[in-house]
Design a protein around this ligand. Structure first.
Ligand SMILES: C[S@@+](CC[C@H](N)C(=O)[O-])C[C@H]1O[C@@H](n2cnc3c(N)ncnc32)[C@H](O)[C@@H]1O
Length: 300
C-alpha cells in the first residue's frame, strides 16, 4: 500500500468526484492521481517533482542515440517524455515544429502519446525513421518543410494539439556562440555544424534581431494549433558573444508573450555530461553555459 501524505491546503478542492468526506473535501493523496486533474495522469508526488525549477539529468544513451548523435543538437527522448507526460494525458497529442531527429517524437512514443514533427532538413527525418525501424517504435507523423508554411497549413486544416514541445534552432552563428573562434577547441564535431543552405533554416538568419523576429512569427503560427490553455515548452540555450552574455531565452520568452502566450515559468535543465572549457581563464569570468532554459508558456 502506498504511503498517503496530504497535500498543502491550497491544493485541496471541493468537488463531486473522488472519495468525498462529509466535509466536502476530496480525499486524495500525493501518491494518487487527483480526481480533478484534467491535465495529466501524474500522482501528486510526480506533479510536485516536475514543478521544481531545476532539472539535473544524466540520461543513458537510449533510443538510437548512436544514430541520433549525428545531429549535434538532438535532445534526449527521456527528457522530452518527462515534459510531455506533464502537459498531456495518455493518447494526447504533441507538436514539435523543429523536430530534428525526433527527440520529441520518440519521447511521445515512449509514453503513449501521438506526435507530429516538422523539419526542414530531410536528412534528419531519415535518421528519425531509421531509429524507429531499429528500435521497433511506431513512426509518428512527420512533415518536411519550413514550419512557418506547414503550421499555416495545419491551422487551415483545423489541426489542434494538446501541447507543443520543441527545441528551436539555436540562435545564429552557433560556431561562434562561446568563443568567437578564438580557441582551438571546437564546441561540436557533428554533421549539425554544417549550416544548411535552405533560406528557411532559421540558423541562417544574419542577426539576433532577425532570429527573434522569426521566433515571434513561429509563436504566432503556433497559437491557432494549440488547444486553449494548452502548454508550450520551448528549450532555449543562451549565448555568449563578443564578450557579452546574450539572454536569448529571455528575449524568445518575451517574443512568445508578444504573440499571445503567457510565460508561466522556466525549468533550468542541466545535463551533467556537459564539458567545460577554459574560456577566460586565467583573466576573467566567461561562463561555461552547461544549462538550457525550458520556457513553459501557456496559450490563453
Ligand atoms: C535544435 S534542432 C532540434 C533537435 C531535435 N530536438 C532533436 O531531438 O533532434 C532544430 C531543428 O530545426 C530545424 N529547422 C531550422 N529551421 C527550420 C524551419 N524553418 N522549419 C522547420 N525546421 C527548421 C533544423 O534543421 C534543426 O534540425
Amino acid at each position: 500500500m502506498r504511503r498517503l501524505d496530504p497535500l498543502p491546503d491550497d491544493i485541496r478542492a471541493d468537488g463531486d468526484e473522488g472519495d468525498d468526506g462529509d466535509d466536502g473535501v476530496v480525499r486524495w493523496t500525493r501518491g494518487d492521481v487527483h480526481p480533478q486533474n484534467r491535465l495529466n495522469t501524474l500522482s501528486g508526488n510526480e506533479w510536485l517533482y516536475f514543478t521544481k525549477t531545476v532539472l539535473r539529468t544524466s540520461y543513458p544513451a537510449h533510443a538510437g542515440q548512436e544514430l541520433r548523435r549525428r545531429h549535434g543538437a538532438n535532445k534526449p527522448p527521456l527528457l522530452m517524455r518527462h515534459l510531455i507526460e506533464f502537459f498531456t494525458r495518455p493518447r494526447g497529442s504533441v507538436l514539435d515544429p523543429f523536430c530534428g531527429v525526433g527527440g520529441t517524437l520518440l519521447g511521445a512514443s515512449l509514453c503513449d502519446r501521438v506526435a507530429t514533427g516538422i523539419e526542414i532538413n530531410p536528412e534528419w527525418l531519415e535518421v528519425y525513421r531509421e531509429v524507429t525501424r531499429r528500435e521497433g517504435l511506431p513512426e509518428q507523423e512527420v512533415v518536411l518543410g519550413d514550419c512557418r508554411r506547414v503550421l499555416a497549413e495545419l491551422a487551415a486544416n483545423g489541426r489542434v494539439f494538446d501541447c507543443i514541445a520543441t527545441d528551436p534552432p539555436y540562435s545564429i552563428a552557433l560556431d561562434k556562440t562561446m568563443c568567437d573562434g578564438r580557441y582551438q577547441v571546437q564546441a561540436r564535431h557533428t554533421d549539425f555544424d554544417r549550416f544548411s543552405d535552405d533560406d528557411g533554416d532559421l540558423r541562417n538568419l544574419d542577426s539576433f534581431d532577425h532570429y527573434y523576429q522569426a521566433m515571434e512569427e513561429v509563436a504566432r503560427l503556433l497559437l491557432p494549433v494549440v488547444r486553449p490553455r494548452g502548454y508550450c515548452a520551448v528549450i532555449m540555450r543562451d549565448s555568449y558573444q563578443q564578450g557579452r552574455y546574450v539572454f536569448a531565452s529571455a528575449e524568445v520568452a518575451r517574443r512568445f508573450e508578444a504573440a499571445g502566450f503567457v510565460l508561466k515559468g522556466i525549468k533550468v535543465w542541466y545535463g551533467t555530461g556537459s564539458r567545460v572549457r577554459p574560456y577566460g581563464y586565467p583573466y576573467g569570468f566567461v561562463p561555461n553555459i552547461v544549462h538550457q532554459n525550458i520556457l513553459v508558456l501557456q496559450a490563453p
